[in-house]
Write a protein that binds this ligand. Sequence first.
Ligand SMILES: [Zn+2]
Ligand SMILES: [Zn+2]
Ligand SMILES: [Zn+2]
Length: 215
Amino acid sequence: MPLVVPNPINLFIGCLMLLCPIFLSAAEIDCPECESKGDIACSARCKDGKVLCPGKCLKIEVGTWSQRGPDGKRWQEVGGGRRISDGHLGQIYELPNGQSTLADCPICKRTTRVTCKKCQGKSRITCPACKGTKKIDAADYEKFKLDRLLAKGFKRYRITGTGEVWAKITAKLGTKCFVTLDGGKSIEVEEGDLKELVAEASDKKIETPATPSQP
Ligand SMILES: [Zn+2]
Ligand SMILES: [Zn+2]
Ligand SMILES: [Zn+2]
């Protein structure tokens, strides 16, 4: 068998191909959004792949229910001095001709829950940051977080004594502003201590107008 000496050009290309993935993945990090799982929990309203029934049925989560009485039941006022107990959850109460009726909800079949469309009942969804690949470019992840803040209506502010923050004004009372920070914490700030940093934010952080990736 003749000894095959690799052609230097082939050898060079071969080495390049071996090294290539290393260069390509240099800026990639384990996706912090899903902790490298590739999927995340569905929305907060989705419990075990189910959400509240969109129908008109009675639900313990909707309306004002009394405390549990000696009969072990909770009650809700339904108008006209009438009350209805939690024994009728998943039923639809109506008063068509002064005659009250109760019928099982045709949508949820008295369960008050329906399969969540977003996750199709799986309770988890593909990670919106890494699209399920578990890895993400560090810069892309920063952009993902920025887009999400903008989509939620957050803006960049400088608050006297606090510094620069991403925040959203949720209410105003006189000169007092109620502000939610991007971490979820709520604070009160005097209007004069709050300065929106529109120009700086768009110069430094936002090169292209960010379009919300999620509705
Ligand atoms: Zn229902
Ligand atoms: Zn879901
Ligand atoms: Zn991810």
